[in-house]
Design a binder for this molecule. Structure first.
Ligand SMILES: Cc1ncc(COP(=O)(O)O)c(C=O)c1O
Length: 421
């Protein structure tokens, strides 16, 4: 029997949930059924028999399945060092440090690099883990409108004389809009105004950039100390063949997650050896948490190895993304500035987003309505995240289902603001 105190406490929580429901923002947990349009398993690695075998072998060969403590206590093993070196090689940086999740990596990075005497310039659509890291750091902040370089520059100019640290923080492939940050321009501004740059590659890891090394792979030369490979970028929609001056590279950290295209868990913060040492000593989300089980190191390593050979899947993913984006735009849907595997259709109201998701579910497609506070008020959407494994016929069916849904609506549904942009 709950006590009076417990009952009142629960009643308060229920009241809050009812208020969410009234705004159509109440969330519940449901399992996916149908064609999965909300998966981050971009290359289909989560279904890989080779990856499964590697995990089984790692568990069988482990002397222990629990890590028994934080990395600074008993949770360290040489497999973690090996993995971090392997990942640094992949990312093209001097060093890397593994965190238990991308969320923890961003919190640890921002809180250990910035404090109240520092200023962070953050894109308005950055992921919650970056926002929370900035808040927790206590740093002063300028939130610039999404990829608005003029606004970023004017904030940097305003703070030009600031003596503390200045850091520009941005995702590279934006998780809700599927567009790509203009890195050459951001790097040029960072150089002009003496700011460091922190990049979150969560949705680009193993998917974009040469060999899946991230959209920033061409701009990381000064961290590793040799000439940049200014070659071929698999990233659709952004020209990375831009000749960037190696001496003007202010990237101080790049975050890669293992939870999405690498079908594993955790994340790496990649940068200099000094950054790694700093994080080991100051990042609280690294220091005060138990290391993941050692077999996870084998899973990440195997996934990384497999992913590097998946150019065909990267090409299929790009093809799927282009096909769906073109079909939706041809119908007049507002897919924003998406140029990647993440394609939103911005419908505006929460009610419309929920109704569209419901309709698609009946048609055999699992998608999720994304509503505030995840996105701005009035920007509710369906967000499709495609994988290489989705059949093109399913994408054609999806476009047709959306057309049907829209024509079944009594009122006009928001379309087309960016249809031809
Ligand atoms: C841009 C971005 N950064 C960080 C994260 C957090 O990564 P993880 O799921 O590994 O905690 C996510 C995941 O949703 C993300 O989209």
């Amino acid at each position: 029997m709950p006590s009076d105190f417990q009952r009142k406490f629960s009643d308060q929580l229920q009241e809050g949930l009812r208020a969410l429901a009234a705004r159509r923002q109440h969330r519940t947990l449901t399992e996916i059924s149908g064609v999965n349009l909300c998966s981050n398993d971009y290359l289909g690695l989560s279904q890989s028999a080779a990856l499964r075998d590697a995990v089984v072998a790692a568990v069988e060969n482990s002397s222990r399945v629990g890590s028994t403590g934080s990395r600074l206590l008993s949770g360290h093993a040489s497999t973690w060092d090996d993995l971090e070196n392997e990942f640094a090689d992949f990312a093209g940086t001097e060093a890397a440090l593994y965190f238990g999740s991308g969320y923890a990596a961003n919190i640890g990075l921002l809180t250990s690099l910035a404090g109240r005497n520092d200023i962070i310039f953050s894109d308005a659509l950055n992921h919650a883990s970056l926002i929370d890291g900035i808040r927790l750091s206590g740093a002063q902040k300028h939130i610039y409108p999404h990829v608005d370089l003029n606004a970023l520059e004017s904030a940097l100019r305003q703070e030009h004389a600031h003596r503390g640290r200045k850091l520009i923080v941005t995702e590279t492939v934006f998780s809700m809009d599927g567009d790509v940050a203009p890195l050459p321009e951001i790097l040029a501004l960072a150089d002009r105004y003496g700011a460091g740059v922190i990049l979150d590659e969560a949705h680009a890891t193993a998917v974009h950039g040469p060999g899946g090394r991230g959209t920033s792979a061409n701009y990381r030369d000064t961290i590793i100390g040799h000439d940049a490979n200014n070659g071929h970028d698999a990233n659709n929609g952004h020209d990375a063949n831009n000749s960037h001056d190696a001496n003007n590279n202010n990237i101080v950290a790049v975050v890669h997650t293992c939870s999405k295209a690498l079908a594993s868990a955790g994340a790496f913060i990649c940068g200099s050896a000094a950054l790694r040492g700093h994080l080991i000593n100051h990042a609280r989300s690294f220091l005060f948490t138990t290391a993941l089980p050692p077999y996870m190191a084998a899973q990440v390593s195997a996934a990384l190895h497999l992913a590097q050979g998946m150019d065909a899947e990267r090409a299929a993913l790009q093809q799927n993304s282009r096909q769906l984006n073109a079909a939706l735009r041809a119908q007049g849907w507002d897919t924003g500035k998406s140029s990647t595997q993440i394609i939103p259709i911005i419908v505006g109201g929460n009610e419309d987003a929920l109704a569209a998701a419901d309709f698609l579910q009946h048609e055999g497609f699992a998608s999720r309505a994304i509503r505030p506070p995840t996105v701005l008020e009035g920007k509710a959407r369906l967000r499709f995240s495609l994988t290489a494994a989705i059949a093109q016929t399913d994408l054609s069916r999806l476009a047709e289902s959306l057309r049907l849904w829209r024509s079944s609506q009594q009122h006009p549904v928001a379309v087309g603001a960016a249809a031809n942009s």
